[in-house]
Design a protein around this ligand. Structure first.
Ligand code: MF3
Ligand code: CO
Ligand code: CO
Length: 259
């Protein structure tokens, strides 16, 4: 398998898709309040992507996924399926994951939303640690860096806060395909010898748990939960390796970068 190096024409298109995905997260934030169902959130995102952006959700129908966005609450790690009977409540932590397809290229991003005003200190720290671990990794990205360093940086930071890194899911190259080479592990593993080069585009999307890193897929065949029922948080950006560093293609308007 091959890691595709993107040219400037492709980078422009991927950036466009990434910005569309980022704008969905920006648009949806005022709707994330106690009482709304995850199905309603899904429908608002779906209409925005298809009608306003004239784009497509890459998630709808992907390997049979039945909805347009993934919504993962509390002990759901990822791939939560929006449902009319699932209602957000005060104190919930929610990940919304958006992948947009526009003009044949993909953009992928997710973030946590804190519902209401009753979020415990511990859960705030969990979400902040997930976000900061993503930024710690982004901040090392430049040509010449070894790919496995990404996981090393994330794991070291997350474990220093006494949280754990989920092993079963990883980031991925992205472009003309939703998921392509290379896999981006969020924990330290073997150095496969891959070295970052200008023009690479991939996601980093660490999932971190309060308790043990083990997860399982529930009987709907999609929803991934923690084994020990502790809560989980995830942030995802699509990033480009540039001449002398990197660019966050899914950066939102008004998002504060951690440097
Ligand atoms: N957007 C997810 C990712 O970050 C993938 C969702 S797969 C789906 O790679 F099938 F659940 F849509
Ligand atoms: Co992704
Ligand atoms: Co995603």
């Amino acid at each position: 398998m091959k890691i595709f190096i993107k040219n400037s024409k492709e980078i422009k298109k991927i950036y466009k898709s990434c910005q569309l995905a980022a704008e969905v997260l920006e648009m949806i934030k005022t709707y994330i309040v106690p009482g709304i169902s995850t199905e309603e959130i899904n429908n608002i995102c779906h209409n925005y992507i298809t009608k306003t952006q004239k784009a497509k959700s890459a998630i709808l129908g992907y390997k049979g996924f039945p909805k347009s966005v993934c919504i993962s609450i509390n002990d759901v790690v990822c791939h939560g399926i929006p449902n009319k009977n699932e209602i957000l409540k005060n104190g919930d932590i929610v990940n919304i994951d958006i992948t947009v397809l526009y003009d044949n290229y993909y953009g992928d991003t997710s973030k946590m939303f804190l519902v209401g005003k009753n979020i415990s200190k511990k859960l705030k720290l969990l979400c902040l640690t997930a976000k900061k671990s993503l930024y710690k990794a982004i901040n090392i990205l430049k040509p010449g860096i070894r790919l496995y360093k990404i996981g090393q940086v994330i794991q070291k930071y997350v474990e220093s806060k006494n949280f754990s890194v989920v092993r079963n899911y990883c980031g991925h190259g992205i472009g003309r395909n939703f998921h392509e080479e290379p896999q981006i592990l969020h924990y330290k593993s073997y150095d496969y010898g891959i070295i970052l080069q200008k023009g690479m585009i991939f996601t980093i999307e660490p999932m971190i748990n309060i308790g043990h890193h083990s997860v399982y897929v529930t009987n709907d065949h999609w929803t991934v939960k923690t084994i020990d029922k502790t809560y989980s948080a995830q942030y995802e950006h699509t990033v480009l390796i540039t001449n002398n560093g990197n660019k966050i293609l899914t950066l939102r308007r008004g998002e504060k970068k951690y440097i």
